[in-house]
Design a binder for this molecule. Structure first.
Ligand code: ADP
Length: 296
């Protein structure tokens, strides 16, 4: 579903206006022999890092090679990707914070001088490769080592989307899915999407399945109650997380303790649950741990 709904260029990407504008300026500067500088895109899952990276490639009119850092175990496994880049093309590395340190370090001269340093029979051997643009996507920019981080000339942070932006996104996705929805239905879906396009498309898919199954269109509350999604867009994991903090009112809790008490993996908490809650002020991170903010 997601690939059919993924916008291919900047004009179809909803929101992130200032990010797109800065990238447009840099792209416009890539005329003639100029190659786009390396880019780091940071932000919670589902906000459009992959979408933006592919659109950058399309706007530049170049090929985008894609790899996920979780599949790279050693230098040998990243070599085929580096050997296949063409001049000016994009190498998109998803979850770049998961690259092993040895690969990160190996990439320093590649990024700076487009040179692969290899040891052959105890002798240094260098291979020059065509200049290319590396785009790294990460949910955790803070996890990159400083020298690696510094080698990305452009750093952009994707923000959560407003309900109005997500309602526009839902309208465009609904059209592609052959659905006709009212403005209030679109807004109802958007408000339950936790500021995230991927969740918005998933909510829309549920809406469509519900209507097909029941052969009637109920109000948005009823439709999402059946899925276990409340008016904030929270699911059972989100609510469990909040319940744990509520039960310790005023007492800050560390990540490990929350994970044990909720039975939810630490990574899921930090990547998928907390960023939106913190952004909305539902949860506050203090030096001593997490405490509950205000939930209206
Ligand atoms: P990420 O790489 O940050 O996890 P993706 O780029 O995979 O997120 O986005 C998830 C889905 O959400 C995509 O398939 C796309 O359909 C949709 N999407 C993301 N950002 C936008 C946007 N700004 N406008 C329209 N659709 C978007």
């Amino acid at each position: 579903m997601s690939s059919e709904l993924r916008p291919a260029n900047f004009n179809d990407i909803i929101g992130q206006e200032s990010v797109k504008q800065r990238l447009r300026i840099m792209i416009a500067g890539c005329t003639g022999n100029e190659v786009m500088p390396h880019i780091l895109l940071d932000g919670p899952p589902g906000l459009g890092k992959t979408t933006m990276s592919n659109a950058i490639g399309n706007e530049l009119g170049v090929k985008v090679h894609t790899l996920n850092a979780a599949t790279i175990r050693n230098i040998k496994s990243i070599l085929p990707y580096l050997m296949s880049v063409e001049r000016g093309s994009v190498l998109f590395i998803d979850e770049i914070h998961r690259l092993p340190t040895i690969v990160e370090e190996f990439l320093y001269p590649v990024m700076e001088d487009f040179r692969i340093d290899l040891m052959q029979d105890n002798e240094d051997e260098g291979i020059d490769i065509p200049p290319f643009c590396m785009i790294g996507a990460t949910t955790n920019g803070g996890n990159l080592s400083q020298p690696f981080y510094d080698r990305f000339t452009i750093k952009e942070h994707l923000q959560f989307y407003t309900p109005d932006e997500l309602a526009n996104l839902a309208r465009s996705s609904a059209e592609k899915m052959g659905m006709q929805l009212s403005d209030s239905e679109l807004l109802g879906i958007a408000e339950r999407s936790k500021g995230t396009p991927r969740i918005c498309n998933a909510r829309l898919k549920w809406f469509k399945s519900y209507v097909n199954y029941h052969k009637r269109k109920d109000d948005v509350d009823t439709i999402f109650n059946e899925q276990g999604i409340d008016k904030h867009g929270f699911d059972i994991n989100d609510r469990q997380y909040i319940e744990v903090l509520k039960s310790r009112i005023g007492q800050p809790l560390g990540l490990k303790a929350i994970s044990t008490l909720c039975g939810i993996a630490e990574d899921t908490i930090t990547n998928s649950i907390e960023p939106y809650m913190i952004r909305k002020g539902f949860v506050v991170r203090t030096p001593k741990g997490r405490v509950l903010g205000k939930i209206k």
